[in-house]
Ligand binder design. Structure first.
Ligand SMILES: Cc1ncc(COP(=O)(O)O)c(C=O)c1O
Length: 418
């Protein structure tokens, strides 16, 4: 029986309407930016496999790091125990993170990294003797699919069925004056604000000015609100800097990391906090402990590949590569932005995004599905968010491969009837 037949018997896929979705594409191996199907077709991974892959698939250096670690120590409990990969990764992260972020708490994925940050912020104020019952988050935000992360995310078709169960979150937009009035009105009530610095991903690849991120930091200082930067998507070079907060030259109180943390190899998350936050949990009263953890917290294989990925940033000069990609993206955005069916062509780092003129907008816009299938036919994986088409490849992509994708995008858009 081929893979698809076996899949259809028992599997249930994420974000998939199983009744109407096309059959899943069976992938048997991958190398660099190329995925290979069971019948030998090659597909260029234009979305870094859900934004996680940065150095290319099946990279020999990363493969070796995992194999070596597996032979030495595959996993152990992390409460009451520790190990070298967890320690070394924490040291390396603290070295590259914005100043002041020095306490690393590991979890399993992007949603848990956010969940941990929200819980830490909430309990921080209790441990400090204050009751702060709400959070602030932005319009169009997406922070993940667990309950806290859904509450922080803006209302959407993803969160609709669960809306009644979600905790209270105040919604702000990109206007700093309005944000200040919100902070003033709810002074002493807000535990934290959570933002995706510079780039809101799933909400439609919305790019922010650094001034906004800087302004949020200033307001947090003025009104004594914790600032959480969700860099699950933006972390590790995606926006052209190692972390998106660097564009605004600020440090948040907590940062959430996942996705490219393991270069797309293993599920992993980290929430990194300041010493001030950590200090509020130190007490002779055990009730002030942060009672959160996962069976696989600090998994040594994940730590090992994350360490190896950070080494590749040096040996393969990944940030320089992102700069070069960024340059190419900017000039393509100029050209494609002139097409009548394209609006708001925009780029940041190794992300290029375009709104396709369509009578429908939003995640469920059918144009997205049509484009997805058309590109797949042409051997390119692009997965539009509704009418927002974006290209977010691994940094290891070559100039020729980029040009090939640009060519296909131009052709497909030219053939669109709008
Ligand atoms: C900014 C941001 N935060 C959190 C998440 C959730 O991460 P995960 O899918 O690993 O739970 C995502 C996923 O796309 C994200 O883009």
């Amino acid at each position: 029986m081929n893979l698809v037949k076996r899949d259809r018997k028992h599997l249930w896929h994420p974000y998939t309407q199983e009744k109407t979705a096309p059959l899943p594409v069976p992938i048997v191996r991958a190398k660099g930016v190329w995925l290979e199907t069971e019948d030998g077709r090659k597909i260029l991974d234009g979305i870094s496999s859900w934004w996680v892959n940065i150095h290319g698939h099946s990279h020999p250096f990363l493969n070796e790091a995992i194999a070596r670690q597996a032979a030495e120590l595959e996993h152990t409990i992390f409460a009451g125990f520790t190990h070298r990969p967890a320690i070394e990764l924490a040291e390396r992260l603290v070295d590259v993170l914005p100043a002041g972020l020095t306490r690393v708490f590991y979890s399993d994925n992007g949603s848990t990294a956010v969940e941990v940050a929200l819980k830490m912020a909430y309990q921080y104020w209790q441990n400090c003797g204050e009751e702060r019952k709400t959070f602030v988050a932005l319009e169009n935000a997406y922070h993940g699919d667990t309950f806290g992360a859904m509450a922080a995310s803006d209302k959407s078709s993803f969160t609709k069925p669960f809306q009644d169960l979600l905790c209270r979150v105040l919604r702000a937009d990109g206007d700093l004056e309005k944000l200040e009035s919100l902070f003033r009105k709810h002074e002493g009530e807000i535990a934290a604000i959570i933002i995706e610095p510079m780039l809101q991903g799933a909400g439609g690849m919305i790019i922010w000015q650094a001034e906004f991120v800087k302004g949020v930091r200033e307001l947090c200082d003025k009104y004594n609100v914790l600032m959480i930067a969700d860099e699950v998507l933006t972390g590790f070079g995606r926006t052209g800097k190692m972390f998106a907060c660097e564009h605004a030259e600020i440090s948040p109180d907590m940062i959430c990391l996942s996705k490219a943390l393991t270069a797309g190899y293993l599920p992993f998350g980290a929430t990194v906090a300041t010493e001030d936050i950590y200090g509020a949990f130190l007490s002779d009263d055990r009730a002030k402990t942060f009672f959160h953890g996962h069976s696989y917290t600090a998994n040594p294989l994940a730590c090992a590949v994350a360490i190896a990925s950070l080494k590749l940033f040096d040996s393969e000069k990944s940030l320089e590569r992102v700069s070069a990609i960024s340059e190419k993206f900017r000039s393509f955005a100029k050209t494609i932005g002139r097409m009548p069916m394209v609006e708001n062509a925009r780029t940041i780092g190794a992300v290029a995004a375009f709104d396709i003129v369509s009578s429908e907008t939003g995640y469920l816009a059918t144009i997205g599905q049509r484009l997805y299938l058309e590109f797949l036919d042409r051997g390119i994986l692009l997965r539009p968010l509704g009418n927002v088409l974006y290209f977010m490849p691994p940094y290891s992509i070559s100039d020729d491969e980029i040009d090939r994708v640009f060519g296909e995008i131009s052709e497909v858009l030219n053939s669109l009837e709008i």
